[in-house]
Design a protein around this ligand. Structure first.
Ligand SMILES: Cc1cc2nc3c(=O)[nH]c(=O)nc-3n(C[C@H](O)[C@H](O)[C@H](O)COP(=O)(O)OP(=O)(O)OC[C@H]3O[C@@H](n4cnc5c(N)ncnc54)[C@H](O)[C@@H]3O)c2cc1C
Length: 346
């Protein structure tokens, strides 16, 4: 069943759930679907609508005071399906080394091993519509002791809100609430157990959801942001007694290595290739698991994508802007290699 809290529904069930899940992106939808199939009564609470809306997206806005980062309202999507509405679908299994305690990080490592996840791999592929094995490109002589070809599988890319919409709507165990923003998490008097999710629609109407279990699945940045913001009972935010919430956030560590000229015939066969660090190399140099990718552009030419729109705009404008015609002509003749267009388009 799907209930839209923007329509101010008169009577809704807000208690008696086995699980209340906030956020209907990749994590929230997957959990709701599997718990629902197992017969659990689930409230899935999504802050956005079924489609993109500005009023939901505006809530993602924020000031970044640390290291330069993408605009907070640009890199994520705040509606049913979450960021999977524009993710790329590149999937890669984790390595043993990712779970290990590595003293140089000063962190305890994970309480689980890679092998604990293996049992879920098959099912995760079903969710992500992956029917192939994780595969490394066959590039003879390109492996070294430090870098090995990456094992990747590609999801469709699956849009979770679209793929699971019918099941969410028809399920007798799951109720999906849209326009349902988690704004506070209430704790019992010992401050040790969650008792309620405080949910608001865009009319500032309050709904209190309770159940046996509570899950926040708002995405990496927003989970931390929400916990820190839940200061009505604990000043430093929920779970932040060690000032650690959000401290392990990490983006892809992208470094442009530059352009390389190589043997055209040989490189063409390689296409876009990525390599990851070997475990031995990571451990020896005390670094995290890293990835290097190389995109081969043997024939830089005019982009059929982004520059096409610019050219059309300029061409259409020429007759109106006589005085700018000389400049327009120059831009019209502009020819950008694809990778440059890409770099400057952002
Ligand atoms: C351009 C791009 C490309 C990517 N490509 C890849 C890729 O190739 N491979 C890969 O593995 N990953 C990729 N990712 C990352 C991937 O999309 C995310 O890791 C994944 O979507 C995270 O899932 P999630 O459920 O944790 O969060 P999200 O999918 O972001 O879902 C969070 C949900 O919570 C909702 N929400 C937020 N706040 C509230 C609130 N207060 N109350 C209620 N609901 C709320 C949001 O509306 C959203 O629906 C990419 C990301 C981007 C931006």
């Amino acid at each position: 069943m799907i209930i839209n809290l923007a329509e101010n529904p008169k009577s809704i069930t807000t208690s008696g759930y086995d699980v209340c899940i906030a956020g209907a992106g990749a994590a929230g939808i997957t959990l709701a679907i599997y718990l629902g199939r197992a017969g659990k009564k689930v409230a899935l609470l999504e802050g956005g609508d079924q489609e993109y809306t500005d009023q939901s997206m505006d809530i993602y806005k924020g000031n970044n005071t640390g290291i330069e980062y993408w605009g907070l309202e640009r890199c994520r999507l705040r509606y049913l399906g979450g960021t999977t509405n524009h993710w790329a679908g590149r999937c890669k299994p984790l390595d043993d080394v990712d779970f290990m305690q590595r003293d140089f990080f000063g962190l305890p490592g994970w309480p689980i091993n890679r092998s604990d996840l293996e049992t879920f791999e098959k099912e995760a592929k079903v969710v992500l519509d992956i029917d192939k094995d994780f595969d490394a490109p066959d590039i003879p002589n390109w492996s070294s002791e430090r870098f090995i070809p990456d094992r990747i599988a590609r999801s469709a890319p699956t849009r979770f809100g679209t793929k699971f919409y019918d099941e969410l709507e028809k399920s007798s165990h799951i109720t999906l609430f849209i326009n349902a923003n988690l704004t506070d998490i209430r704790l019992d008097k010992d401050l040790s157990t969650v008792t309620e999710f405080v949910i608001k629609n865009y009319g500032n109407q309050d709904f209190r959801f309770s159940g046996k279990n509570f899950i926040i699945a708002l995405g990496a940045i927003e989970n931390a942001r929400l916990l820190l913001n839940c200061d009505s009972q604990i000043k430093s935010g929920i779970g932040n007694h060690s000032d650690f919430v959000g401290r392990c956030f990490m983006e892809h560590f992208n470094v442009d290595l530059g352009m390389f000229a190589g043997n055209k015939k040989y490189l063409e066969a390689a296409g876009t290739t990525s390599f990851c660090t070997s475990s031995a190399f990571s451990l020896e140099h005390k670094i995290g698991n890293a990835n290097v990718s190389m995109s081969v552009s043997t024939a830089p030419g005019v982009s059929g994508g982004r520059s096409k729109a610019v050219k059309k705009f300029v061409r259409d404008s020429i007759c109106q802007w006589q005085t700018l015609s000389e400049l327009s002509k120059k831009i019209r003749l502009l020819s950008l290699p694809w990778r440059w267009c890409y770099r400057y388009a952002y």
